[in-house]
Design a protein around this ligand. Sequence first.
Ligand SMILES: [Mg+2]
Length: 361
Amino acid sequence: MKISKVESFPLKIPLRSPFKIATGESSFYEGCLVKLTTDIGIIGWGEASPSQRITGELIDDVLKGLERLRDPLIGSDPLEAEALWEKIEAELEGHSSTKAAVDIALYDILGKRTNLKVKNILGGHKDSIETSITIPIKGVTETLKEAGELIREGTKVIKLKIGLNPEEDLEKVRRIRELDENVRLRVDANQGYTPEQAISVLREMEPYQIEFCEQPVAEEDLEGMKSVRDEVGIAIMADESVKSLQDAQRVAQSGACNLVNLKLMKMGGIRRCAKISSLLEGAGIGCMVGCMVETKVGITAGTHLALALANVRYADLDSHLYLTSDPTKGGIITEEGVNWLLGTMGLGIEVVGEKELAEYA
Ligand SMILES: [Mg+2]
């Protein structure tokens, strides 16, 4: 089997409401679906969701990156993926979301060729996983209103974006906990605090049963993150600090965190995330699979990864719910805060026809 065609379909989809975190705000998803066609007719789908801040790419970089990957991809056997990956790495530096798109599509092809779900190819650890639903940064009243709605809808895990205003962050946490004593609650500061601020605000959050705090301080400040971990009784998860195997090795050695957030887009795909999870497992560090803003192609791939590995204990795979429309059928369903996979092989997702896809451009 050889790859015979590489196609890209840029998408721009409005979000249901603006999404604000400590480092910025967005109201659109802008990404790209990638379609790999093989000479025996098997097709693989992948997705790139670039972010200048996280992956160092904009949509044009993805399209140019895919152009450069055409050469190593066309004529290569998608079942010899590790060899193909060496060629891809040699051709293109960085571009982690572009590579994620190709890698996801290669797994889709492998699954369809072998009649296996991607999650079973990778390990097959569980059948479903609870995902957090994220509340972006907004006022206290709006936050409580949204939390109340989510809890009424059956959401089991809320992830609250924090990091801009310690006093308000604390008030939101306290009042969500008053609203419901059982809902699981995690927070994500997206690098917004100094180590001193993080220690002080997280200590005050300790009584409210916080599962973990993601990336309390600047990504390069592992010493600061370690001081937060040492001083606070809430587990610390590294996100922006870990984008590669080398970063994972560094956080494992530094003792800066209890947990790491794996993301297909920032790490460059399923293969890389699985390798990083193994490295971290050896250091006793558990993982979550998180996401950027992605369509169901990316979120389905992330769910396959999360369901495959024992070391993945948490999921934050909810961003498909923010999109006003989605060009796919099947893949996953999210019901009462739990992600389930549909389909019987590959990713198990179908993408709408090319004419309809063009309307998303
Ligand atoms: Mg995060």
